[in-house]
Write a protein of this length. Structure first.
Length: 292
């Protein structure tokens, strides 16, 4: 029933005292008005968010590409920087269309799919977890702005839509699983005289800083309650340690999560003060001082 027909139904009510009719109409007007205000607040808020993120990605596409999981980056037919430029353009387009309120239901649909893909290829981390809220906002905006004819079709195909939602949820959970579990066949370090050990617990890396000699190998042992991903600073580009060949930047990069109880090792052939972090939890970081 349209807004006008709802009000007419109130007006046409017979055997109702005029004061009650007036109060009902006023209440209905208030509800409809607040509904539209909420819609526009959500629309403009999402528009600004997407425009802002798009501009940030354009400024440094390689850094944003660091959030992709290695398996996802390996599927790209083009360089990561170019893929992120395309993502930035899509973000800006979504933001612009939402800002001018052009086909909001269609734009919100595209935005929701876009966010679902991001969650799949990046995994759910302390950063991308925010995209779950943005995804919910996009879905709410899409539902609230659907044309009546589309709403009727949705009602008729509710079972199919429910299946699609379940499939999307499975893909998102699958992306999270890939982040933490896929191809976690981590190398077991062989003990030898020149190896140094850094232990990773829920409190972080220890010891830090660690002093070693050039040519020494450092073994990162995971004794925490979750996966770790040792990698060179800075997050998320991993370009501080100068040798290249890693999945994102520097060769000093595990390129995958190291499960609890497993370890990963790296040989340091360049002297210097090298910072590193946990790619899955960038707040946990350390330093290794390599001496000549």
């Amino acid at each position: 029933m349209s807004e006008g027909s709802e009000l007419d139904a109130v007006s046409d009510t017979k055997q109702t005292p005029p004061i009650f009719t007036f109060l009902k109409k006023r209440k209905l007007y208030t509800e409809l008005y607040m509904k539209r205000v909420s819609f526009h607040i959500l629309r403009v808020g999402l528009a600004i968010t997407f425009l802002w993120i798009g501009v940030l990605i354009l400024k440094n596409p390689e850094a944003w590409g660091g959030y992709l999981q290695p398996w996802a980056a390996g599927l790209l037919p083009i360089p990561i920087a170019q893929a992120m430029m395309g993502t930035a353009i899509l973000d800006i387009a979504i933001g612009a269309f939402l800002l001018i309120n052009l086909l909001p239901w269609l734009v919100a649909s595209v935005g929701a799919v876009h966010l679902a893909v991001i969650l799949i290829v990046s995994g759910i981390t302390d950063i991308t977890v925010r995209d779950i809220g943005l995804l919910a906002g996009m879905l709410a905006l899409m539902i609230d702005s659907l044309p009546p004819s589309t709403i009727n079709k949705i009602k008729k195909n509710m079972n199919k839509i429910f299946v699609v939602i379940i499939v999307i949820a499975i893909f998102i959970v699958g992306g999270y699983s890939l982040t933490n579990n896929k191809s976690e066949q981590v190398e077991t370090a062989k003990p030898f005289a020149e190896e140094k050990v850094i232990t990773y617990t829920d409190a972080g890396y220890s010891p830090s800083p660690l002093e070693i000699n050039i040519g020494d190998t450092v073994v990162f042992k995971n004794e925490s309650s979750q996966s770790m991903w040792p990698a060179s600073a800075m997050h998320p580009t991993h370009k501080d340690y100068p040798t290249t060949g890693g999945c994102i930047g520097s060769a000093f990069d595990a390129c995958k999560g190291v499960q609890q109880g497993d370890s990963w090792s790296f040989k340091f052939d360049v002297a210097g003060d090298w910072k590193y972090h946990d790619h899955l939890n960038p707040k946990k970081f350390g330093a290794i001082i390599v001496q000549q």
